[in-house]
Design a protein around this ligand. Structure first.
Ligand SMILES: Nc1nc2c(ncn2[C@@H]2O[C@H](COP(=O)(O)OP(=O)(O)OP(=O)(O)O)[C@@H](O)[C@H]2O)c(=O)[nH]1
Ligand SMILES: [Mg+2]
Length: 296
């Protein structure tokens, strides 16, 4: 048998564990994950290399009811990624019954021409999985289903084996040392954003974006990085900075620790906060912050 390669799109409503599953399958953190919904905003590629196959896993934003242009673009990114793939995984949370958003995603999946697998995640949260998949299986004509826990890494071997077999024959899409297609700056911005998501509440997680303004290797063992965190209102800026700059310092400390692991050396992380009112609805700002209209 020849070499197999193909694209698998991970789609689903927000917060079901798509990014956590991507990282678990790759055995490496490529995408950020958070307790809050709408964490992933872009299409993120993670390549699973085997001696005679290559599976290109594509993490996508959670499909939701959008309130802003940003949300509409996120949904579009997810849908286009699914339409470009050889296989689609509809990821759901088995610990909860299907909701309106799950039904919307299932309806979308029904309308595309590639096979769709149901991946029931968060199995660690339930004592009995059998039967719990029935309301999900009833949503549409899934090709097959798998029960996994991305967090506890169960069921992943069976899923990996099956996905390799399902890939069409063909040459590899990426060089064999390439795990992800995202740029260094994009990843840095995501690491900072993950800490902001973790430490803030209400509107703030949804209202921020991070841009890397400068990144230089100051010494062979020290990278200097300057980032701006954009918020939508001055009130949010005040909260993000915190009393005596405490909150921003803590965000910086945590993000720096993670970036030091990533680089394997010292990092100086310089964080700034700026207000850009309504950036989530402004095309120029969306493009500048890495959320261009996916059609172009
Ligand atoms: N208990 C449990 N929690 C999980 C599992 N997988 C993911 N989670 C948690 O669920 C939350 C959401 O995970 P993400 O991976 O960010 O979810 P997502 O589907 O990528 O979300 P969006 O990017 O917002 O669409 C995080 O707190 C994860 O730790 C799992 O298998 N079991
Ligand atoms: Mg995600």
């Amino acid at each position: 048998m020849g070499y197999r390669s193909g694209f698998v799109a991970l789609v689903g409503r927000p917060n079901v564990g798509k990014s956590t599953l991507l990282n678990a399958l790759l055995g490496r953190k490529v995408a950020i994950a958070a307790k809050k919904p709408q964490t992933t905003r872009n299409r993120i590629v993670g390549v699973l290399h085997q001696p005679d196959s290559q599976v290109v896993l594509v993490d996508t934003p959670g499909i939701h009811q959008p309130q802003h242009q940003l949300g509409r673009r996120m949904n579009k990114t997810a849908r286009l990624s699914a339409k470009d793939a050889d296989l689609v995984w509809h990821i759901v949370d088995i610990s909860r019954p299907p909701n309106q958003e799950d039904r919307e995603v299932a309806r979308f999946c029904q309308g595309i021409r590639m096979p769709v697998w149901l991946v029931l995640n968060k199995a660690d949260l339930v004592s009995q999985v059998k039967g719990r998949w029935d309301p999900y299986r009833a949503l549409m004509g899934y090709h097959t289903h798998f029960v996994v826990s991305a967090l506890e890494e169960t069921g992943l071997k069976a899923l990996t084996r099956a996905v390799i077999e399902a890939m069409p024959e063909g040459a590899p899409y990426y060089p064999d040392d390439m795990i992800t297609d995202q740029s260094e700056d994009f990843y840095i911005g995501e690491v900072v954003r993950e800490q902001v998501l973790d430490m803030t509440r209400e509107e703030i997680p949804y209202s921020i974006a991070v841009a890397v303004d400068e990144r230089v290797l100051r010494r062979p063992d020290l990278t200097y990085i300057r980032c701006t965190i954009y918020v939508e209102r001055d009130g949010q800026k005040a909260i993000l900075i915190g009393e005596g700059g405490h909150m921003l310092k803590e965000i910086g400390k945590r993000a720096r620790a993670e970036l030091e692991t990533y680089y394997g050396h010292q990092v100086f992380l310089d964080l700034w906060v700026k207000t850009r009112e309504g950036w989530r609805d402004q095309d120029a700002w969306l493009r500048r912050l890495g959320y261009a209209d996916p059609e172009r």
